[in-house]
Write a protein that binds this ligand. Sequence first.
Ligand code: GLP
Length: 260
Amino acid sequence: MEIIIVPSAEDVGPAAAARIAAVVREDPGATIGLATGSSPQGVYADLAARAAAGEISFAAASGFALDEYVGIPAEHPESYVQVLATSVVGPLGFAPDRVHVPDGRATDLAAAARAYEDAIVAAGGIDLQILGVGTNGHIGFNEPTSSLSSRTRIKTLAERTRADNARFFATPEEVPTHCITQGLGTILDAGELLLVANGEAKAAAVAAAVEGPLTSFVPASVLQLHRRATVVVDEAAASRLALADYYRFTYDNKPQWQRW
Ligand code: GLP
């Protein structure tokens, strides 16, 4: 795992976007796994600026959302289909029909989850998966004790997650109780994982994911199983990493040929 510690929250987006830009430049038809939440917004803003400058194009790329709420309409501003349309599809210039989101409105949710898995396989798999991390260590909406080999499925949101996400809704009661999320096994199938986090509130989850034991109690610890996982964090989110100095030294002394 590579840990990149950047000075401030504003530096996380550009540092992570540099890697995604390199992937899309090399393969304009790349398939990108798209996370929602506030953490990757700086990544998307930086990629949108690069696309506007003509430096990269997502016109031939595909996208798969990590997850979607169950129980709110597609038109709801906080449905992930809307959030991705607003912050990713339009600004980055993805073809809308090549960006997929699990169908949280399906009458048969289990079938919708299976269909989503099939669509990822049919697209040739996800080349690079962008991830945030919940304060309880979740990735996607894989809450603590999620099976480490889980596939896309219905999950019940943890009380902590509902409280964390209440800031996006008018009242805490409005936060859905259920979702469809890519599983930890689904995420591990991606060619590359790129997790971004900032702020003191994420420091414990980041330390547990990177340096703690591999455990379903901290779903983000599955990054330890992946052969190509990168974590980009600001100083605040890195503040509980025991080996922070080692990660800084490693990055500062990275040979040129290993750089993005
Ligand atoms: C959300 C999403 C995750 C996200 C996490 C952290 O609920 N389902 O994909 O990574 O929780 O969110 P934020 O970046 O807003 O802190």
